[in-house]
Design a binder for this molecule. Structure first.
Ligand SMILES: [Zn+2]
Length: 94
C-alpha cells in the first residue's frame, strides 16, 4: 500500500483508518522552543541589550518569518492505528 492511497492513514504503518470505529488515535504534538522566561542576572539587567538584540535580528534577517516561526513553534496532528499508538506512546521519543 502506498503512503497516500487512503484518506486517513496511520502515520507509522500507513494502514487505512476508519473514522467512527474507534480503532485509531489522534495525537496532537505542540512544540514550543524554551518557554521559560530568560534568566537575567542583575548585571545583565544593568547592561544595554539594544546592540545585542540588533545583532541577533540581523543574523536572522536571512530567514523568512515562516521559517523563524517554525523554529519557535510547531504543531502537528498525527493519526495512528491502535497497535502503532500503543507502541509509540510507551516510547514517544525513541
Ligand atoms: Zn499503524
Amino acid at each position: 500500500m502506498s503512503k497516500n492511497s487512503c484518506e486517513l492513514c496511520c502515520a507509522r504503518c500507513s494502514a487505512e483508518l476508519m473514522p467512527g470505529k474507534g480503532d485509531f488515535y489522534m495525537v496532537k504534538i505542540e512544540a514550543l522552543a524554551d518557554p521559560s522566561p530568560p534568566d537575567f542576572s542583575e548585571d545583565d539587567l544593568a547592561r544595554d541589550h539594544k546592540a545585542e538584540i540588533e545583532r541577533l535580528m540581523e543574523q536572522m534577517g536571512d530567514l523568512s518569518e515562516r521559517e523563524l516561526f517554525d523554529q519557535i513553534y510547531r504543531r502537528l496532528v498525527l493519526y495512528m492505528c491502535g497497535p502503532c499508538y500503543r507502541q509509540w506512546i510507551e516510547n514517544p521519543v525513541g
